[in-house]
Design a protein around this ligand. Structure first.
Ligand code: DGJ
Length: 741
């Protein structure tokens, strides 16, 4: 891993053994993007990457010089109003109304390690040897503005983490209308754009389209990264597959309004930009103030989509989530939500916990309904004190009883929200987001607290610490069940209203930071009506996220498969729930419900006290099995084998291989049975072709080469009534465990 600057050639080369990233200082002092891809060797010079072009019908920068136009340059951080007419990365409105800026190279620093971003989550290293950072200062001399572009490379991963800082060194106040975290101009447009889109209960489905001239984008204006579009996009070549071909991914480490945009110009150059969504955003930057953008990660793979995903998985696991949770095992949990909803008392909770304990479950999570007058979703949010009618001994009482059974205790909160019928709202009716002269829309009967205000975050922090201090709590599920409408803050001046959405998310991050500092051993799981805020910003604090409110195993195949494009399976909350399933009323066998949930954090969310002996015994075996393989599942490398988004979508398969390739676990799932099907096979990936492996349902060891190049041979379903046929019937699944011998 290295960052080199060639003074004579005016080139920066950031590289490690997998990747090169080359930036040049163009002759007008702006930065040119020269290369992102496989590691380059040999001398580099500008001439290898760009040429002056004298083209007709083109504006040029210098008088008498028909060679240099920004419209023809691939750039690192383009601005508005230049000879480049594409979407800019930055747009600043000045006092006199002008938006013209001219940021020229001034200085740079190469730093061992990675400085944190003020107030924002970002990738981090505990040892400065694990990263190198390049900071390039660009200055607009007329405006006295300094723009610092930051780039970090890590030793073993083909990624660059980018962010931007703008410092007002002069006396004038500016309005930042747009300030992207990343901009990059790729050489061509022969790419397919893949995004993760959906909605509540069907989050992060894979969608791909070919790039076309003009602008294509995804984003959020909801105040959360959203279930509709995830802050991730992948470009892949048309011929790219799971384990072959080029792919580039961008992931924004941010949980609020975002934009990810691709723009193809008439020469087929593709500009990707990513950052805070400029729609509705503006930031008032006074003299001596600094604005810090969120971080964006750009990753490259020359060997397919699989390695690109594994790069993000490793990056998030090693350099984003809290260090403690990189190694500590994630507990198998029981969550009472789908078992009881709001209707519980201490007796019910303890009987659920007792059953869970007898099955080997390690953590009891008390979900919504324990506080204030929360007996349904019209009441209670904001009154973060226990409902003693339900839990006479308080949170301390129930937590201690559960701990004394030998289980850990966890609690649900939704700190950003309030119901009107609460003591909290009566004391602070003016703390909502919204315009007091207009209607406040609701979602799930709740309203959004103005987390851009410090006093609001402080008040919630104080209430929560009263509940959490001195109580044995090991886990918190932080939920968020609505998006922001009528974005207006009574505490911000007119020129600062455009800051509300970003300030809100900074308030959320601030509360996370304070809670984590106070309770460093608590495991946080983030949630937003399921996966409505599944993003790297929150992974920085909460290493796991409730993937979706949809707990049906068949539906989860697409949701978990799509999510795995960028997020590690150790971050995906996955529970076995009851049948008929509460979201789709499907009756999938307990086996497939377990087999799908294994590939996540794993837990249960159903009333264990009403299950049959047979079901209890199957669950006991599932828990035992998961505990045996959890370290492999959470620390190994994830490989996708069959996609639920391709062919008929009837089959899905994936596997996890330990980093040393000595162990693996494979999951195969089939939705509907096939009549009279011939022999079929499942090709594995990621093993060592030279090793011999013992596979769970075979007598003799099989070589990695046969498992990967031929595959596991599978018996088809027979026609006729054959109740013993293990591949017959709908909703089938198989798990194989594999060990090198
Ligand atoms: C939405 C979450 O996604 C559910 O898991 C549950 O916690 C409910 N909220 C509780 O209101």
């Amino acid at each position: 891993m290295k960052v080199e600057y060639n003074e004579e050639k005016k080139l920066f080369h950031l590289y490690n053994k997998h990747l090169s990233y080359v930036i040049g200082i163009l002759r007008n002092g702006h930065l040119g993007h020269f290369y992102l891809g496989k590691r380059l060797y040999g001398p580099l010079s500008e001439d290898l990457f760009r040429r002056d072009q004298g083209r007709a019908a083109m504006p040029y920068v210098y008088e008498g010089d028909m060679g240099f136009s920004l419209n023809l340059e691939r750039q690192e951080y383009p601005s508005y109003g230049t000879t480049d007419f594409r979407s800019p990365a930055i747009d600043i409105i000045q006092k006199k109304g002008s938006r013209i800026v001219d940021f020229k190279y001034d200085l740079h620093r190469i730093i061992q390690g990675k400085p944190p971003l003020e107030g924002l989550p970002s990738t981090r290293v505990s040892n400065t040897k694990d990263a190198m950072t390049l900071e390039i200062d660009l200055v607009d001399m007329v405006l006295d503005l300094k723009l610092t572009l930051c780039y970090t490379v890590f030793p073993d991963l083909p990624v660059v983490a980018r962010s931007v800082r703008l410092e007002n060194m002069g006396l004038e106040t500016f309005n930042i209308d747009r300030i992207m975290s990343l901009s990059i101009d790729l050489f061509d447009d022969n790419w397919e754009w893949t995004q993760l889109s959906g909605d509540w209960a069907r989050e992060r489905y894979l969608r791909s389209v070919a790039l076309r001239p003009g602008i294509q984008s995804i984003g959020s204006l909801r105040g959360a990264s959203s279930a509709q579009h995830n802050p991730f996009v992948m470009l892949k070549r048309p011929e790219t597959r799971e384990e072959s071909g080029e792919a580039i991914g961008i992931s924004l480490v941010y949980s609020g309004n975002f934009l990810l945009q691709g723009e193809v110009n008439s020469d087929g150059v593709t500009r990707l930009i990513s950052g805070i969504n400029p729609e509705g955003f503006s930031w008032n930057l006074k003299s001596k103030e600094v604005f810090q953008t969120p971080e964006a990660i750009i990753a490259y793979s020359g060997n397919g989509i699989g390695p690109l995903s594994r790069t993000f998985h490793d990056l998030f696991h090693l350099y984003l989530i809290p260090e403690k949770w990189q190694k500590s095992p994630r507990p198998v949990l029981i969550n009472n939500w789908e078992a009881t909803y709001f209707n519980f008392n201490e007796e019910k909770i303890l009987s659920l916990a007792k059953s869970a304990k007898s099955l080997g479950i390690e953590l009891f999570v008390l979900d919504d309904g324990w506080f204030g007058s929360r007996n349904n979703d019209t009441q209670g949010l904001g009154d973060w004190f226990v409902n003693t009618k339900k839990l006479p001994g308080g949170i301390a009482g129930i937590a201690e009883k559960i701990e004394s059974m030998g289980m850990k205790f966890g609690l649900w909160i939704e700190p950003e929200m309030v119901n009107k019928d609460t003591e909290f709202f009566k004391c602070h009716p003016d703390w909502l987001i919204g315009d007091p002269k207009r209607t406040y829309s609701h979602q799930r009967n709740q309203y959004v607290l103005d987390f851009s205000r410090k006093e609001v975050v402080d008040a919630i922090f104080d209430q929560l610490t009263k509940v959490l201090d001195d109580v044995p709590i090991s886990y918190i599920k932080w939920d968020m069940n609505r998006n922001i409408t009528e974005p207006f803050s009574s505490s911000l001046t007119a020129e600062k209203q455009g800051e509300l959405f970003h300030r809100y998310i900074l308030g959320v991050y601030n509360l996370y930071e304070r809670l984590i500092n106070r309770y460093p051993d608590i495991l946080f799981e983030s949630c937003a009506s399921g996966g409505g805020r599944f993003d790297p910003g929150l992974l920085y604090y909460a290493p796991q996220t409730w993937t979706s409110d949809n707990t049906d195993a068949i539906e989860r195949l697409k949701i978990q498969y799509g999510t795995s494009m960028v997020y590690p399976i150790s971050s995906m909350g996955s529970h076995v729930s009851a049948v008929p399933n509460h979201q789709v009323l499907r009756e999938a066998p307990l086996k497939i419900r377990g087999d799908v949930a294994y590939f996540g954090t794993f837990g249960y969310e159903l009333d264990l006290t009403i299950l049959s002996e047979e079901e209890m015994s199957e669950i006991r075996k599932q828990v035992e099995f998961f505990k045996e393989y959890r370290s492999l599942i959470h620390h190994g490398s994830f490989y996708r084998l069959l996609s639920p988004f391709e062919n008929s979508g009837n089959e899905t398969a994936w596997m996890v291989v330990s980093k040393d390739r000595s162990e693996a676990i494979v999951g195969w799932y089939q939705i509907l049975a096939n009549a009279n099907r011939g022999l079929f096979k499942l090709k594995l990936t990621g093993l060592d072709s030279k090793k011999m492996y013992q596979i769970s349902d075979h007598k003799e060891p099989i070589s990695g080469s046969i498992l990967m190049d031929f595959g596991i041979l599978m018996n088809p379903a027979h026609t006729g009534l054959d109740l013993d046929n293990s591949y017959g019937g709908d909703y089938q699944s198989r798990i194989w465990t594999i060990k090198a011998v």
